[in-house]
Design a protein around this ligand. Structure first.
Ligand code: ADP
Ligand code: ZN
Length: 516
């Protein structure tokens, strides 16, 4: 194995995990590999065919990605091809059936379409594994569900003696289980690398589209530019990319732009000048993603909250590949959190709708917590970290704690009175003394707490609601696409112990939004 690694890939040793995974596959065992982008997953399915002389079939979602991989394998003297571009398919088929290829790539659609006879012939000449790349696409609970992936389960019936390897960079526990079940893996070897990128600093800031934000952005970018590193600014819309790019250019910062509405030529050019350091700043939508393997990105800024923590982790994770200290800043505005309609517009299945809502809520929570960001992120991916990281904004700022018993009582009492039928806006409007139509119609203006919370802004109250939810006083449920808030068991107990004049102390650490 070491000889092959040296001869074909030019590396002197395997990375931790690679060797173990390859040995398991060679032993015929199914594997689930969850490892960060750039950690070297592809070797896990590229080495076994060279050891065994049998073909590895790799399922991959994108044609362009497959082409890149095939090209780089060929340069390494490995016989690789892909099925997908139809004119050449016929000869690829017949060569594959006579065992010519070490590695054969195909899209999931192709994999489900090829006749059983093809698999039969391939098995006869020798097939060492079936790899499913970007395996999270198989799960409705994942952040990038694809229908074509779901059908891959039929392959198990044809390829029962071939080890399956599912590979992905991001999968929560739920998604991991889903992959194992969907691919009908039996007693798989599961290898989950750490999600902890210790050289990355995580920070979050609320922002409105104001002057101060623009100045801050420019200052940040200048700082990393001066140190010779690159920056990516991710925007949620094409319009934002144009605006931010203009803003930076006006400030004298040479910036590239990249989004899905540009022609492929312009995009390629933009990508190339970034990789070659001709431009140090790229303002882009998430279309700027796959295949960015640039070591010296020092800073990734998100302008607008991403739709899930999986995407955030992946996008922010593009900085600091060289292991040097780098920063990930996320600027959100409250309206980012009500974009569910937008993401749900063409989604059919109930589970998927729920998954999208849950992802969005998790991303919102990440923005609103007062505690360690890294700990929260890692927990989301099922990794427990003891102690705070000391390398995120919440760990670095001076903690502000306050007794919020009065305010908590008001919010809990108000939510209880609303009867769990509303989202957060209604109780907050009541506390702030609104006399909107809905409030009058429901007689909420008659509640004893009506108007008692005028001293704090809506944002402040939302901050408190976030804290009370995090501590189990409140609980949020998703009812189809609606988020409803109700009082949890701990909140009920607190209400029983309190009245309008007296509440037991409740000391909480304020989020940055609550500090005015
Ligand atoms: P992933 O699929 O996990 O995103 P890749 O397989 O593309 O990662 O590998 C990322 C980079 O690491 C590639 O440039 C690859 O050549 C390099 N790499 C992989 N394994 C090794 C190794 N054992 N030694 C040195 N470099 C490696
Ligand atoms: Zn921290």
């Amino acid at each position: 194995m070491e000889h092959i690694l040296k001869r074909n890939f030019g590396y002197s040793q395997f990375r931790p995990c690679q060797k173990e995974i390859i040995e398991q596959v060679l032993g015929g065992r199914d594997c689930l590999v969850v490892m960060a982008t750039g950690s070297g997953k592809s070797l896990c399915y590229q080495v076994p065919p060279l050891v065994t002389g049998k073909t590895a079939v790799v399922i991959s979602p994108l044609l362009s990605l497959m082409q890149d991989q095939v090209m780089s394998l060929k340069q390494r003297g490995i016989k690789a091809e892909h099925l997908g571009s139809s004119q050449t398919d016929q000869s690829v088929y017949s060569k594959a059936e006579s065992g010519v290829y070490d590695v054969l790539y195909m899209t999931p659609e192709k994999a489900c379409m090829v006749p059983p006879r093809f698999w039969g012939n391939l098995l006869n000449v020798g097939m060492c594994l079936l790899a499913v790349d970007e395996a999270h696409c198989i799960s409705e609970w994942g952040h990038d569900f694809r229908k074509e992936y779901k059908q891959l389960d039929v392959l198990r019936g044809v390829l029962f003696n071939v080890p399956f390897i599912g590979l992905t960079a991001t999968a929560t526990e739920k998604v991991q289980n889903d992959i194992v079940q969907s691919l009908k893996m039996t007693d798989p070897y599961i290898n989950i690398g750490s999600f902890d990128r210790q050289n990355l600093f995580y920070g979050v800031k609320p922002c409105n589209r104001t002057q101060s934000f623009q100045e801050e952005l420019v200052a940040k970018i200048l700082k990393y530019k001066a140190s010779g590193g690159s920056t990516i600014v991710y925007c949620t819309t094409v319009k934002d990319t144009e605006q931010i790019c203009q803003l930076l250019r006006d400030a004298g910062i040479v910036s590239g732009i990249y989004h899905g509405q540009m022609g492929s030529k312009a995009r390629e050019e933009s990508h190339r000048s970034f990789i070659r350091d001709e431009i140090q700043v790229m303002v882009a939508t998430i279309a700027f993603g796959m295949g960015i393997d640039k070591p010296n990105i020092r800073c990734v800024i998100h302008y607008g909250c991403p739709k899930s923590l999986e995407s955030y982790y992946q996008e922010s994770g593009r900085c600091g590949r060289d292991g040097l200290a780098s920063v990930c800043w996320l600027y959100y505005s409250r309206s980012d959190f009500s974009k569910a309609d937008f993401y749900l517009s063409d989604v059919q299945s109930e589970n998927q709708r729920k998954a999208i809502m849950e992802s969005l809520i998790a991303a919102e929570k990440y923005c609103l917590i007062a505690s360690c960001r890294r700990k929260f992120l890692l927990q989301y991916f099922g990794e427990h970290k003891s102690g705070d990281c000391g390398n995120c904004d919440n760990c670095s700022r001076t903690k502000v704690e306050r007794d919020l018993s009065k305010e908590s009582y008001l919010l809990l009492a108000c939510i209880k009175s609303c009867g769990g039928r509303w989202g957060l806006n209604m109780p907050i409007d009541i506390l702030r003394g609104s006399r909107s139509r809905k409030i009058i119609d429901n007689s909420f203006d008659k509640l004893p707490v009506h108007g008692h919370g005028k001293d704090n802004t809506t944002t402040w109250w939302k901050g408190l609601a976030g804290l009370l939810t995090a501590h189990g006083y409140l609980k949020e449920v998703i009812d189809d696409v609606y988020r409803k808030i109700s009082v949890g068991p701990r909140g009920m107990q607190y209400l029983r112990d309190s009245n309008l004049l007296y509440q037991p102390p409740l000391v909480l650490e304020l989020t940055s939004e609550m500090i005015v």
